[in-house]
Design a protein around this ligand. Structure first.
Ligand code: PMP
Length: 388
């Protein structure tokens, strides 16, 4: 049976990227590598929407989160961390383990932080060195208003550090225009590459902070990485095969056009949301992202059995809840290399599985609602003109 990933990472990888990854690795201390790397640098800037360098690292996304912390801060520094899910918790854990004083802005999981609350914190606590949050809190499927929060932070000395690991390449993010200081990403989500690469970009004022920051670092030394990048090199052996896959994926994103990529995600999200609502289910997030939809598990439904049926009978792999949301929600990603038929198929699989676990749902209701969104003329036009 064909397996299909509807998880918010890893996500499906296009054939072009898979084939590039399968080639014999080239050596990295060669002009051939340097040429590839110089193209990659430009394409990464496009996806990050920044004129600053984007540094690729050989790690999963958490590695780049740690790189942000150790390069920006000194022992005893105070930071504000938005904790609205598992990945907000991760920022707090990383900071705490390096002796940083963490003020947690705890919000109810599934909600987005109010920008004015962040403003109040920054006005009250003048010595907050940085604000840490997510673009999309993947564990709850919630989009945060990074644009408004960046506006607030950029008029204070506090840096804004955004974990865009899941959102990058799916949820709009304009790093320079919005004045976001630090953006962290990873390969296995919207960038349509297998896991193993992470990325980080820093604004000019964040680079100034790197010079002052005193936390210990070696592998994650971003100054060292930046100096190598000037020569189209990396300080240590890069994840060569993954970078070759990335070259292809970024080419596909550029061909489609970033704005079109964002619109495609928006339409796929809309169809997913309308589809699940038509099945009689409820969305979990009060600020749903366009890359993953979180759905409340109805009373009496065995969430594990539901996902098992989808996986074993239909090869559709969706995600469960994490941490305290385990068993309470399921999550369907519409992220990266995805099109309309992917969404109609996952809605159908969900519908059938719900029926099998005893939840009353009329056959075709959910997929039908999705089809209606896709048949909207505007949506058709956008999706036809894009590559998908
Ligand atoms: N932050 C967010 C928002 C994520 O979605 C993830 C992965 N799901 C991570 C951090 C952690 O990334 P990784 O598993 O690649 O270390």
């Amino acid at each position: 049976m064909k397996e299909r990933l509807f998880t918010p990472g890893p996500t499906p990888v296009p054939e072009e990227a898979r084939l590039a990854e399968a080639k014999e690795p080239i050596h990295h201390r060669t002009s051939r590598f340097e040429k590839i790397f110089s193209h990659l640098k430009e394409d990464l800037k496009y996806v990050f929407q920044t004129e600053e360098e984007v540094i690729p690292l050989a790690s999963s996304g958490t590695g780049a989160m740690e790189a942000a912390v150790v390069n920006l801060l000194s022992p005893g520094d105070k930071v504000l961390v938005v904790v609205g899910g598992k990945f907000g918790e991760r920022w707090a854990e990383i900071c705490s383990s390096f002796g940083i004083e963490v003020i947690s802005l705890n919000i109810e999981w599934g909600n987005a932080p109010s920008p004015s609350l962040i403003q109040e914190f920054l006005e009250k606590e003048k010595d907050i060195k940085a604000v840490f949050l997510q673009l999309v809190e993947t564990s709850t499927g919630t989009r945060y208003d990074v644009e408004s929060i960046a506006k607030i932070c950029s008029s204070t000395p506090s840096l804004l550090v955004v974990d865009a690991i899941s959102g990058l390449g799916g949820e709009p993010l304009y790093t320079d225009r919005w004045k976001v200081d630090v953006v962290v990403g990873a390969s296995q989500k919207g960038l349509m590459v297998p896991p193993g690469l992470s990325f980080i970009s820093l604004s000019a004022r964040a680079w100034e902070r790197v010079e002052e920051a005193r936390l210990p670092r070696y592998y994650w030394d971003l100054e060292k990485a930046r100096k190598s990048l000037e020569k189209n090199q990396t300080p240590y052996t890069p994840a060569l095969s993954l970078l070759c896959a990335l070259e292809e994926s970024l080419r596909l994103i550029k061909e489609e056009g970033l704005e079109k990529v964002f619109l495609r995600h928006k339409i796929l999200a809309r169809a997913t949301q309308e589809g699940v609502k038509a099945m009689g289910l409820e969305l979990f997030s009060s600020s749903p992202s366009q890359i993953v939809t979180s759905i409340k598990v109805p009373e009496g439904v065995d969430e594990k059995a539901l996902r098992q049926i989808m996986r074993e009978d239909y090869g559709a792999i969706i995600a469960g809840g994490q941490g305290k949301l385990s068993g309470k929600i399921v999550r369907i990603a519409h992220l990266g290399w995805m099109d309309r038929l992917d969404i109609l198929s996952v809605l159908s699989a969900l519908e059938i599985a719900l029926h099998k676990v005893g939840f009353p749902v009329e056959p075709g209701k959910g997929a039908g609602a999705g089809e209606e969104i896709f048949e909207d003329m505007e949506a058709i036009k956008i999706l036809r003109e894009g590559k998908n």
